[in-house]
Design a protein around this ligand. Sequence first.
Ligand code: SAH
Length: 381
Amino acid sequence: MTSLPLISVDPDARGRRPAMPPRHLADLDLPGRQALVTELGEPAFRAKQISNHYFGRLVRDPERMTDLPAATRERLAGTLLPTLLTPVRELACDDGATRKALWRLHDGSMVESVLMGYPDRVTVCISSQAGCGMACPFCATGQAGLTRNLSTAEIVDQAVYLAGVAASGAVAGSPPRLSHVVFMGMGEPLANYARVVAAIRRLVTPAPEGLGLSQRHITVSTVGLVPAIRRLASEDLSVTLALSLHAPDDELRDELVPVNQRWKVSEVLDAAWDYAATTGRRVSIEYAMIKDVNDQPWRADLLGRLLAGKLAHVNLIPLNPTPGSRWDASPKPVEREFVRRLRDAGVSTTVRDTRGREIDGACGQLAAAEDRDSDPRAATA
Ligand code: SAH
């Protein structure tokens, strides 16, 4: 059995001092930006002006903020717009509708984000931590452990950057405006709670303070950190919660999602139903279909009994086998039978598309590491 990962709502609270990046305007709300700008001897309205560039027009480069006097630009850029993400590589597949960006952070850590265009919407999948401490054995990110939490602005900047890519018309056949954000990249968002919640506030507050996305279009995916789910329900936010269940029974979930050793299936589902009741939002239940591991008909029936009558939707994810993994995706007929049994139990169920597989940009494949820079598949994608 995989050992239990160290759980803390915010690992930094234990007194570790990871190399967090410099402060950026996206770390602050508008009053905070105004206070800082005033401290720098500039009129407070500059905060709005610079915020409008960043969130309203998706301009991240201070050099392009030409309505600001050069001296002001220089002074404010250094304090409010330090470079947080340096693109290392951008890969596209699905005829350009899926793009993965690999970033280097100020301390050399690497994270990834994915932009997915659909006819009616544009979604970005963003990372909340460099690495992940949750140790799910089928997930590529989980294998290397946690490097550090991302700052609020490092999280937000991924969305702003990719919103700019979408706005440039790069995603053919999709609307130009970013509409959805899912916290399904690297990391466990609820283990970086305060920064993730601040990032959500930036994403949903209208411009110029934030990006102005709909709360309903933000999805936070979690392994099931029960106290943090309950805390999220008490925020004045109603984002969609996705729960990575992957097994309906504790024996198997203890292995697939090791945090289950701390919070059992029944506890995590109770927290999810309370979340649904408080926010009125249907909870998304994530279930990676792993051949001969969690895909048996009896497990579909058990899952159906747990979810019937609840405000829930099941998202089955065909397993993306990670390098060296002993596991594979369930065969299609097995998957179809699983879906049939869930639907027969009255549970709404869909199978997730497998966008980005060829560029290692699909669920659970995000595992940026410098030694993968020489991966020949990446060079040819
Ligand atoms: N830490 C969060 C976000 C992780 S990524 C969480 O666990 O929810 C989003 C989803 O992809 C999770 O449901 C995760 O379990 C799933 N996933 C991870 N590795 C996968 C893989 N190899 N194949 C399919 N899904 C995977």
